[in-house]
Design a protein around this ligand. Structure first.
Ligand SMILES: C[S@@+](CC[C@H](N)C(=O)[O-])C[C@H]1O[C@@H](n2cnc3c(N)ncnc32)[C@H](O)[C@@H]1O
Length: 390
């Protein structure tokens, strides 16, 4: 993660621009005065830089929630802020000059909005969830040039490694997305996907709500799969296999194929490790045999005038509100020039969305972008809208 360690953080006069980077405003965490967020706009991307006061020094880095697709833009913003505020840099892992060509020029790395707005591919789509080292998805994309692959991962170093390989191998049929795959499935149009690969997902034995395989994931997979399309789960964990089998078989109608120690065309890094340890490998393949209705979700994320006062909003800090099928957690509260900013997690328990909400003179807006249009997010929004109305 790119960062600068500085002897002391200094504020600039907001708004101010440098080298094509706009610094719009600063948000101070009300409950933890060692944390601030700086709003940045660069190349049409809105994101935050995070300032953290540490013992005898400060840290400036990108905020995880709003991290832009290109790491080069984070580098540029960090250096521009340091220059404007005349920061004394103690240590840094940001290259001063050199651009990361792979990341800047790559068109394979997509933001989730690319898929949310009118994604209508003209070929079959295959999705790999949590591609890790990328061995499997890169192999598949090279072998099947007529199929569009979407690789989804949340581990940034793995993403960067695969982006480099896409450039080196000159692949134009592999798109990469840094996003939670469980939320992503809700965006994809119905009946367009040939295969969904979930290979060696983290078993999360102690936090089962974080598992990729769940009733709602299987439901969405069935919807996006074409007739004859397959969801392929491969795991070395007997416990995860048993949990998944139970989850799949609970559906009223389903076709499952079970395999033990089946070899597939390419062995991933994890698979090699388990094979060396002589662990068993389990496959559950679910075959979809029904055409699904088109994806259509009604509703929007607008707010009416906010009636709660700033003080009342500040008191929401750490509160968790539950509604039928979901929740809203008011994680952090920030003071901004003319109002308040909240960091929220909201939506369904197994696939929550993390986002910011700015409330300025009675006008509330999600920042920097709207939540994903899912049924639960819309219910959470309606619940929030009512709460802010008082
Ligand atoms: C155990 S690794 C397996 C990687 C690869 N499939 C393989 O077989 O080598 C699991 C990967 O899934 C990713 N992951 C976990 N939860 C995810 C989610 N909700 N959405 C996308 N990726 C996820 C992790 O970052 C990790 O790289």
């Amino acid at each position: 993660m790119p960062h600068l360690h500085i002897s002391e953080f200094k504020e600039i006069e907001f708004p101010l621009s440098e080298d094509g980077v706009s610094f719009n405003f600063i948000a101070d965490n009300i409950n933890h005065d060692e944390e601030k967020l700086i709003s940045v706009t660069l190349d049409g991307d809105d994101f935050f830089l995070l300032v953290k006061e540490e013992d005898n020094r400060s840290l400036l880095k990108s905020d995880k929630l709003t991290r832009p697709a290109s790491i080069f833009n984070v580098h540029k913003a960090l250096l521009a802020y340091a220059k404007l505020a005349k920061l004394d840099i103690i240590s840094s892992n940001v290259p001063e000059q050199q651009k990361n060509i792979h990341l800047e020029e790559i068109s394979s790395l997509k933001k989730v909005e690319y898929f949310a707005s009118n994604f209508k591919p003209d070929k079959e789509v295959r999705i790999e969830v949590g591609f890790g080292s990328g061995r499997h998805v890169l192999h598949q994309a090279a072998q099947n040039p007529d199929i569009l692959f979407i690789g989804i991962e949340i581990h940034r170093p793995s993403i960067e490694q695969v982006l480099k390989q896409i450039t080196i191998q000159n692949l134009d049929n592999l798109l990469v997305l840094d996003y939670d795959a469980r939320l992503f499935m809700e965006l994809i149009p119905s009946n367009i996907v040939g295969k969904v690969y979930v290979h060696f997902p983290v078993p999360w034995d102690k936090k089962p709500h974080r598992r990729v395989i769940s009733t709602s994931f299987i439901k969405e997979a069935n919807r996006v799969l074409k007739v004859g399309g397959q969801l392929e789960l491969r795991t070395d964990s007997e416990n995860y296999y048993a949990y998944s089998y139970e989850t799949f078989i609970a559906f009223n109608k389903t076709i499952l194929h079970i395999n033990k120690n089946k070899d597939i065309a390419i062995s991933s890094k994890y698979e090699d490790r388990w094979k060396k340890m002589e662990k068993n490998i389990y496959d559950i393949t679910m075959i979809n045999e029904e055409e699904s209705p088109d994806l259509s979700i009604e509703g929007d994320f607008s707010f009416s005038h906010v009636e709660l006062s700033s003080q009342e909003i500040e008191l929401l800090h750490k509160q968790v509100k539950k509604f039928d099928g979901g929740f809203i957690h008011f994680e952090r509260v920030y003071k901004i020039k003319d109002g308040v900013m909240l960091r929220l997690s909201m939506g369904s328990f197994d696939r929550p969305e993390h986002l910011y909400l700015i409330i300025n003179k009675g006008v509330a807006e999600y920042f920097p972008s709207l939540p994903l249009k899912s049924y639960t997010n819309l219910s959470a929004h309606r619940f929030l809208e009512k709460m802010l109305h008082g």
